[in-house]
Design a protein around this ligand. Structure first.
Ligand SMILES: Cc1cc2nc3c(=O)[nH]c(=O)nc-3n(C[C@H](O)[C@H](O)[C@H](O)COP(=O)(O)O)c2cc1C
Length: 175
């Protein structure tokens, strides 16, 4: 095994401002159990009380990224081997599809999609919002870019978010 083979693959977990984000620690634990090193990028709204940021930083060993670095500052994370967006909001999905890069999260997604890095998305979008024509167009456009989507969570009684599905989507054989 070469020295390079021993570096664990790096996973970006993009967290948006949906209520289920409170459980994102489950995804981080599952990813680490599958030998991923994890860095979290959260939208500015998600940073505003949607999940336990201190617990996530303790679990990953990295500061959460939410704002762009200043010119001249080093990149805090290595380049990603894969990216998961979980939970993915209506807002972030639509902005990503049309290229409105006004958060680090969306800017990063726009950039990595062009690089051929596998990207898995677990949307958390209600049926009412999912019926909006802009959202349907976004899914078509992002799928055409190679982005892989899991089940869209509605938050129904007894429904599981299925965090591990995000990892299945980006691992070899995932689709
Ligand atoms: C408690 C709470 C829960 C929310 N849950 C969702 C959700 O499940 N899905 C969604 O698309 N938006 C949800 N929203 C609305 C988003 O937070 C809002 O659209 C925000 O602009 C999304 O920003 P982001 O995409 O940059 O994270 C929720 C808002 C609040 C206050």
């Amino acid at each position: 095994m070469t020295e390079q083979d021993e570096i664990p693959p790096f996973l970006y977990v993009v967290v948006c401002a949906a209520g289920i984000a409170a459980d994102v620690g489950k995804l981080i634990t599952a990813a680490q159990e599958r030998e991923w090193q994890v860095g979290v990028i959260a939208t500015p709204t998600a940073m505003n009380g949607f999940f336990d940021t201190a617990a996530v930083e303790a679990a990953t060993g990295y500061p959460i990224r939410s704002a762009w670095r200043r010119p001249g500052e080093p990149r805090p994370f290595p380049d990603p081997d894969a990216v998961v967006v979980a939970p993915a909001t209506f807002n972030t999905i639509n902005k990503w599809a049309v290229g409105i890069s006004d958060t680090l999260a969306v800017g990063t997604l726009c950039e990595v999609a062009g690089r051929g890095v596998p990207i898995g998305v677990l949307p958390c979008v209600s049926d009412d919002l999912a019926g909006h024509p802009a959202y349907q167009d976004s899914l078509i456009r992002l799928r055409a870019m190679g982005v892989r989507f899991g089940h869209s969570y509605q938050g129904a009684e007894g429904e599981e978010f299925g965090w591990e599905r995000a990892l299945d989507l980006v691992e070899p054989g995932g689709c």
